[in-house]
Design a protein around this ligand. Structure first.
Ligand code: SF4
Length: 290
């Protein structure tokens, strides 16, 4: 297992920081093309609570994000333009290309990361991504969450798991580095089902992983399920036991970009252990020898 910090230092020669960007996009399971309401755990911000003002130009969003971390980052740090909220390839290829070009031309940007879904990578979008991968390192984050189609239906993901390995192969073909998002603790999932997801990602050739425990946010469909006692929320030790098992399954070269997420404090209902960020970080460092 390789940590994200080590991976970025090896690849870029210094520490890398992310400058989050919000585009004017949505998701096919929100706007009615494949479904409505989005994934049942996802907030109105589309997994981008900490991202920037989407009405600002990309360059301004990057400038603001860099300004915020410049003090602690120091002058040797590099930046990744991180297209974080919603499905960033669910738009016209022109819109995406202009956004990527604008980001790549910003001072300090050395790589681009695009969060999306395997079902939003049509031929024209792939051409844009291929051109971007030739310009600078490109990371593509795929929101898989689970490899189990039954769970995928429960969470309203609205694409079939078989699209994932095809997307990973196509992205690797154009030289992108693929990061897969997986959630542990989804409704009805046993540890075996979760490990099957991890194995499927490993066998598909995902380069990196972002793990998170399922967390319940206010005003999401999951909130109702939670109050109806239809979802079990993992305790901290229980969750990290699962992460440890997942890491055991993955090759040594797998980059772990995130050991767990932390929901926005103002709308987090459970699990409350994720609120204590410092304690969680210390626990991760101790447990995984970081
Ligand atoms: S695809 Fe991603 S951003 Fe869209 S609803 Fe699902 S989790 Fe949220």
């Amino acid at each position: 297992m390789i940590t994200a910090n080590k991976h970025f230092r090896d690849a870029f020669g210094h520490k890398m920081y992310k400058a989050s960007i919000s585009l004017d996009v949505t998701c096919p399971n929100r706007d009615g093309s494949k479904g409505v309401g989005g994934c049942i755990f996802c907030s109105e911000g589309g997994s981008g609570e900490f991202a920037a003002q989407r009405s600002d130009p990309v360059s301004k969003q990057i400038e603001d994000a860099v300004d915020q971390v410049k003090g602690k980052a120091g002058k040797d740090a590099g930046y990744i333009a991180y297209f974080q909220s919603f499905t960033n390839t669910y738009c016209s290829s022109n819109y995406l290309e202009n956004a990527l070009t604008e980001a790549s031309e910003c001072e300090g940007i050395e790589a681009v990361s695009v969060a999306t879904r395997p079902d939003c990578l049509g031929p024209e979008i792939m051409d844009v991504l291929e051109r971007q991968a030739k310009r600078m390192p490109l990371y593509v984050e795929l929101g898989l969450q689970t490899g189990n189609d039954n769970t995928a239906r429960i969470i309203n993901r609205c694409y079939e798991t078989k699209e994932y390995p095809e997307a990973v192969a196509a992205l690797k073909d154009i030289g992108a580095n693929v990061i897969t998002h997986i959630i542990f603790g989804l409704p009805g999932e046993t540890k075996d089902i979760m490990m099957d997801t991890v194995k499927m990602c490993r066998d598909s050739g995902s380069d990196g992983y972002k793990f998170t425990c399922l967390y319940v946010l206010k005003n999401t469909p999951l909130e109702k399920l939670y109050y109806d006692n239809k979802v079990e929320i993992l305790e901290m030790e229980e969750y990290f036991d699962i992460v440890e098992e997942a890491i055991r399954i993955l090759p040594e070269s797998a980059v772990i970009h995130r050991f767990t997420g932390d929901g926005p404090k103002k709308s987090l209902i459970a699990p409350l252990w994720t609120m204590n960020k410092r304690q969680v970080i210390n626990y991760i460092n101790r447990r995984f020898g970081l």
